[in-house]
Design a protein around this ligand. Structure first.
Ligand code: IMP
Ligand code: MG
Length: 192
C-alpha cells in the first residue's frame, strides 16, 4: 500500500515521504483488538484488589490506552497522563528527554501502570520511571503496545507487551511519523 500522504513534505528535518515510501501492514485492527484484549485480561487479573493509577504517555499511547481501559474488568482505577518528548522531528531518538506535561495524581502508596505505544531505546521509559519513583508509588509496571528490541539502550523491561518486533519504524494506531499516519486503524512498517 502506498502512503496516503505520498509526496507531501513533512515538517522539520525528516526524510520526505515520497513515491517510494511504502506502508507494509504489520497488524490489522482485528489482530490489534485481539492482542489488546489478551493484555487487558492479564492486567485485570493482576490488579483486582489494588489502588491502581494508569498513566498514559502522550501522544502516542492515547488510542491504545482508550482501547485497553475499555477492556479492563477492574472496579475502579484512576487515569492520568504525561507528555514526554524525545524525538523532535526525526525518526531516531535524540537521547534527550523532556517532560512537557506532568501527572496531577498523588502516587503515594499507589500501584502505577504506565501505558506506552512503543518501547524503542528505552530512554523515555527509564526517564519516566525515575521521575515517577520520586512520588513514592507502591509499584510501577509497564504496558506497551509494541516492544521494539533492536535499539534498546537501557535495561528496562516491559511487564505487558501486545506485540514484539525486532526493528523498523512503525506507524498507525497512535504511532506517527511527524504527525502523519497516527489515525490509521492498523499498524504498518513505514519504509522510506
Ligand atoms: P525510546 O525513548 O527510544 O524508547 O522511544 C520511545 C518513543 O519514541 C515512543 O514513545 C514513540 O513515541 C517514539 N517511537 C519509537 N519508535 C517508534 C516507531 O517505530 N514509530 C513511531 N514512534 C516511535
Ligand atoms: Mg511516545
Amino acid at each position: 500500500m502506498m502512503p496516503e500522504n505520498s509526496g507531501k513534505l513533512p515538517p522539520g528535518d525528516l526524510p520526505a515521504l515520497n513515491n517510494m515510501s511504502e506502508l507494509i501492514l504489520l497488524l490489522d485492527k482485528e489482530a490489534i483488538a485481539q492482542k489488546v484484549s489478551t493484555t487487558a485480561k492479564l492486567i485485570s487479573r493482576d490488579y483486582q484488589d489494588s489502588d491502581l493509577v494508569i498513566i498514559g504517555v502522550l501522544h502516542g499511547a492515547f488510542i491504545f490506552m482508550a482501547d485497553l481501559i475499555r477492556q479492563l474488568s477492574i472496579d475502579a482505577f484512576a487515569i492520568d497522563f504525561v507528555r514526554l518528548r524525545s524525538y523532535g522531528d526525526r525518526s531516531e531518538s535524540s537521547g534527550q528527554i523532556r517532560l512537557l506535561l506532568d501527572i496531577e495524581s498523588d502516587l503515594d502508596g499507589k500501584d502505577v501502570l504506565i501505558v506506552e505505544d512503543i518501547l524503542d531505546t528505552g530512554l523515555t521509559m527509564t526517564y519516566l520511571i525515575d521521575h515517577l519513583q520520586s512520588r513514592r508509588p507502591r509499584s510501577i509496571k509497564i504496558c506497551v503496545m509494541i516492544d521494539k528490541l533492536e535499539r534498546r539502550q537501557t535495561s528496562v523491561k516491559p511487564d505487558y507487551v501486545c506485540h514484539t518486533v525486532e526493528q523498523g519504524f512503525l506507524v498507525g494506531y497512535g504511532l506517527d511519523y511527524s504527525g502523519h499516519y497516527r489515525n490509521l486503524p492498523d499498524i504498518y512498517h513505514l519504509k522510506l
